[in-house]
Design a protein around this ligand. Structure first.
Ligand SMILES: [Zn+2]
Length: 154
C-alpha cells in the first residue's frame, strides 16, 4: 500500500508544481495528464487499502476465534481435573468423576478419545444381542468414535 500512496502523493506534488507554473492554460494538456495520473494512482491506492482492510477484518475474526478456543481450553483445564481414567469392564476404559463409587453401569462415563482432545463427550449405553453370548453392553460416543462392546461391567 505504501508505494501506491507515495506515488499518489508525488503525483499531487507534480500537479501543484504544474499549476504554479501554468499561469493560465498554457500547459493545459500537461495538467490534464497529471490529473489523470493522480486519479489513477489514487484509485490504485484505494483498491490496495480496501484489500488491506478486508485482510485485517479476516485476521481479526481469526484472532477472535482463537481467543474463544483459548478460553474454552482454559475452562477445560479446570474441568478435566474432576475426572480420572478408570477401567469399567475388562480392558474397557472411560473417564469417570474422581473417586466415583457405585455400579460402573450407572456411572456417568466420558469417552477417552474425545477427552484427550479436550472434548467432554458422554458415552451412551446401549445393548447388542449376540446369538451365543446373549445381551452385551455397548458404549456409544456421540462424536462418532468406534462403539465399545463388552461382556460385562466390573
Ligand atoms: Zn468420542
Amino acid at each position: 500500500m505504501i508505494p501506491e500512496l507515495l506515488g499518489a502523493a508525488q503525483s499531487v506534488q507534480s500537479l501543484f508544481s504544474l499549476l504554479k507554473a501554468a499561469n493560465g492554460l498554457a500547459n493545459y494538456n500537461e495538467i490534464v495528464a497529471a490529473v489523470s495520473e493522480v486519479n489513477t494512482k489514487l484509485l490504485q491506492a484505494n483498491a490496495v487499502a480496501l484489500a488491506a482492510q478486508e485482510k485485517q477484518s479476516s485476521l481479526s475474526a481469526k484472532v477472535h476465534e482463537l481467543e474463544k478456543e483459548c478460553a474454552r481450553l482454559k475452562d477445560w483445564g479446570a474441568e478435566k481435573e474432576k475426572y480420572e481414567r478408570r477401567q469399567v469392564a475388562p480392558g474397557v476404559f472411560a473417564q469417570l468423576e474422581k473417586n466415583f463409587v457405585g455400579e460402573m453401569e450407572s456411572a456417568h462415563k466420558l469417552c477417552c478419545n474425545c477427552f484427550d482432545k479436550a472434548i467432554p463427550s458422554t458415552l451412551q449405553q446401549n445393548q447388542v444381542v449376540d446369538p451365543k453370548i446373549g445381551r452385551m453392553p455397548k458404549l456409544v460416543c456421540p462424536n462418532g468414535c468406534p462403539p465399545i462392546v463388552f461382556r460385562h461391567y466390573l
